[in-house]
Design a protein around this ligand. Structure first.
Ligand SMILES: C[S@@+](CC[C@H](N)C(=O)[O-])C[C@H]1O[C@@H](n2cnc3c(N)ncnc32)[C@H](O)[C@@H]1O
Length: 209
């Protein structure tokens, strides 16, 4: 299953240009807005889980974030992002890993995931994801997860996904994080298909912002 997963994503990133990927965003407005809403400093450590070759890292570097990590199952995706960033790629930590196997040796103040968690259709994989997230996010850290909403298609990149409401996603994240807010976005793919997303922001700290 895991090998198939990796094979799928390597093929996607080898065969499709960035701007043609269904999830492509030149400006990840909602993600940047929610990261700003956490109130973290530019010295905060931020991980983009399943970041692929997303432009989020470019924008975070532009804003002055100093400790950005991008994790993805696909080496091809990470290579593309690095090539796009040129010399600035050296400012970023790149991790090629399946998130369900990942064991972090450091903690992160912001855990961001757009359209990766929703591919975990097996309860066991979701449990592993949450265990890793709980260990890897700092005590007062923040979690931002974007998934397909209930009204979205049942597949993404040809793979089945789990679609969420904010309530269902909050349940899936478990008791170690507290729900703060949710936002909706209708993402339009390069082919013009509408994909309703939900974005939820959680905190590990007890103080509600
Ligand atoms: C739909 S794309 C979204 C990419 C990026 N987050 C964005 O918004 O542009 C899903 C990404 O998750 C990665 N991915 C899928 N399953 C994964 C897993 N189990 N572990 C790590 N990355 C994974 C894929 O390689 C791909 O880059």
């Amino acid at each position: 299953m895991k090998e198939l997963r990796k094979t799928h994503w390597e093929a996607v990133y080898r065969n499709t240009a960035a701007e043609e990927l269904g999830w492509y965003q030149a400006h990840p407005t909602m993600s940047l807005h929610l990261i700003e809403s956490t109130g973290v400093q530019k010295t905060a450590s931020v991980i983009d889980v399943g970041g692929g070759d997303s432009t989020l890292v470019d924008h975070l570097l532009d804003q002055g974030f100093m400790h950005v990590t991008v994790l993805d199952i696909s080496a091809s995706a990470l290579e593309r992002a690095k090539a796009r960033l040129g010399d600035r790629a050296d400012l970023v930590t790149w991790i090629e890993a399946d998130i369900t196997d990942f064991r972090s040796c450091k903690t992160y103040d912001v855990w961001h995931d757009r359209a990766t968690f929703h591919f975990l259709t097996e309860a066991e994989d979701r449990e592993k994801y949450c265990e890793t997230m709980n260990r890897a996010v700092s005590a007062q850290g923040h979690v931002i997860i974007a998934t397909f909403a209930y009204e979205a298609p049942p597949t993404c990149s040809g793979l089945p996904v789990v679609r969420y409401s904010p309530e269902f996603l909050t349940l899936a994240m478990g008791n170690n994080v507290v729900f703060i807010e949710s936002l909706e976005e209708i993402h339009v793919t390069p082919e013009g298909t509408k994909q309703p997303f939900i974005y939820c922001r959680f905190t590990k700290g007890k103080t509600l912002r």
